[in-house]
Design a protein around this ligand. Sequence first.
Ligand code: DQA
Length: 159
Amino acid sequence: MSSSSQGPSLQILVLHGPNLNLLGQREPNVYGSTSLAEINKQIEEQARTLQVKVSCFQSNHEGALVDAIQAAWGQYQGLLINPAAYTHTSVAIRDAIAAVKLPTVEVHLSNIHQREAFRHHSYIAPIAVGQISGFGYYSYILGLQALVQHLGDRANTPS
Ligand code: DQA
C-alpha cells in the first residue's frame, strides 16, 4: 500500500542547536567529519524509508529554538532534537517541549556521558522519550527510527 492511501504521514520536526552549523569543521575528532547539510540529507533519506515527513532547522539562538518548538504545536507529531550546549543549560527549551507535549527524542553525536562532567546532565532527558548519544551522525538516524516506532506504538495502543 502506498503512503498516500494510508492518510497523511507523520510529521517530525528536527532541531539542531548551537554550533552544529559548523559540523564537519568543528572538532572533527569529537563530532566527525560529516557536515550538517549531509546529516540533514541522511535524515531525509531515512524519513523517506520510514514514510514520514521531516523538517530540519538549526539555530544558534535559544529563543529561536523555543519559538520553533512552540510553532510545532499542532503541526508536528514528534520532535527529534540535538540541543547541543543548551542540553546542559536550558530550562527554557525543556519548558517549551513540556508545554507542547511533543514526544521527543534527544540525540547527541558524541557520548556526553564519557566527556566532561558538565555534559553529563541534560535538562531535556527527563521529559524526553529517550536519549541516543555517541553514534556520530548515526545517532540522528537511530533517533528517528526510535521516535517513529514510539509514535506508531502510541497510535496502536487503545486508550
Ligand atoms: C553535542 C554534545 C554537547 O555537549 C555539545 O555542547 C554539542 C554537541 C553532541 O552532539 O555531541 O554542541 O550535543
